[in-house]
Design a protein around this ligand. Sequence first.
Ligand code: GRF
Length: 220
Amino acid sequence: MTPGPLNVAVFASGSGSNFQALLDHQSERDEWRVVVLVCNREAGAMRRARAAGVDAVLVPTKDREASDVARDTLEVLEAHHVDVVLLAGYLRLLPSEVVRRYAGRILNIHPALLPDFGGRGMYGMNVHRAVVASGASESGASVHLVDEEYDRGAIVGQWRVPVLPDDTPEELAARVLAVEHRLYPRAVDHLCSAVRAGRRVEAMPDPSLEHTPEPSEGER
Ligand code: GRF
């Protein structure tokens, strides 16, 4: 591991609003910093990286041998001395060589309360359409450790939101995305503390259940 802040790589395929939330949060901290963005296609996240002066690297996955993608990905991570990997809307499985190399140091964020509404095909609006159709009264965001299957690793943090009776999938998506932006940076702080201390990360309390204590008589 490198001395000083932990070096973080973010992987994204889309607009990168979570990537942006991570960039915005890291400036308040010196425990970790984003050193590289990896995209499998020209994505909105790349524009955000360039605007923030963060290296943005394209490692295409389409029609390529898995072993070539794995080699190129590991090369990027090694060149940037990466300690921790974050998936933020990355729509590909990470090569298993990367998963093994960074075991216990890779997180993903998912827009539902895993283990429900996860797995193959459960991404983007598919998730929110399925939640609304199920009649569930709650949804939320989950951050979990990444293993070699979609959405199956141990959950590190969740943030619940209500599903309102007349919610459209789009309304629910916006409510979940807003808490993703708050949950992911906290979960990264939590993982990085564990990595620095050389321990396995444990689940953190659900921040949506935190409450501000009622002021006492004298404080009112
Ligand atoms: C988020 O909803 C995240 O949970 C999922 O992909 C979406 C990425 O959105 N894995 P953005 O690109 O960060 O805006």
